[in-house]
Design a protein around this ligand. Structure first.
Ligand code: SAH
Length: 213
């Protein structure tokens, strides 16, 4: 794994593109500028790593588009030391961005191969999230409550079990919809039994599936 001046230059251009698309939080732009996205993709796809596009990562899954990663992260309003649950580790890239912001991250992946691959990579890069292989719909009741919950796969509806694992005052970000696209939703937990939802435009994610593989 090498991170050359060329990679750094390509990353700087990517940050410019994402800035033009409307991402304002400088901490997020700095994180995108810092994390070598090409490590999260197979070698040979370096050019693609720094385009603002999603890309296949094996097991029928994708690494999210950098703009989408930045958008979800901004919407999550991450603060240093936030305890965050991420559903869908995938390549591990989004997880690395959250860790760069100083969050404590619990990440779940249902595909065994991806779980093993991204765990090995993140450890090699000296990132230290808590890794779980399992079904994100169940969340992590033993580690709840979380300040923030980030779902990086398209859910048919807001997962009820996960809403219970959100702190009062906390926020969940989840793309809700079917295979043709999803609406980005933020859910704020206002009190023990009050939640407030807002919509933030259309996106396209791979589906959030039940069980593990
Ligand atoms: N955050 C990832 C995005 C990966 S795509 C990244 O930065 O690369 C979404 C991921 O969610 C896929 O890896 C998919 O296997 C996973 N996934 C889908 N349903 C899930 C579930 N119920 N629990 C955990 N992970 C799930």
């Amino acid at each position: 794994m090498t991170d050359s001046y060329r990679h750094k230059g390509l990353r700087k251009k990517l940050v410019d593109i994402i800035t033009q698309k409307g991402i304002k939080d400088q901490r997020i732009l700095d994180a995108i500028g810092k994390v070598p996205r090409h490590y999260f993709m197979d070698s040979g796809f370096i050019e693609f790593a720094y385009r603002d596009q999603a890309f296949p990562i094996g097991s029928g899954q994708t690494i999210s588009q950098p703009y989408t990663v930045a958008f979800q992260t901004e919407l999550l309003q991450v603060e240093k030391h936030n305890k965050i649950l991420e559903i869908g580790t995938g390549s591990g890239y989004q997880c690395a961005i959250l860790l760069e912001l100083g969050a404590k991250v619990y990440t779940i992946e249902r595909q065994r191969e991806l779980f093993l691959k991204s765990r090995a990579l993140l450890i090699k890069m000296s990132y230290k999230p808590y890794f779980y292989y399992g079904d994100g719909y169940k969340g992590l009741p033993n580690n709840a409550p979380f300040d923030k919950i980030l779902i990086t796969a398209g859910a048919p509806e807001t997962p009820k079990e996960l809403l219970k694992q959100l702190k009062v005052g906390g926020r969940m970000v989840v793309p809700v919809g079917g295979s043709s696209g999803q609406v980005m939703i933020s859910v704020d937990r206002l009190s023990e039994d009050e939640y407030k939802e807002s919509e933030h435009g259309y996106f396209s994610f791979v589906p959030m599936l039940k069980g593990k593989q």
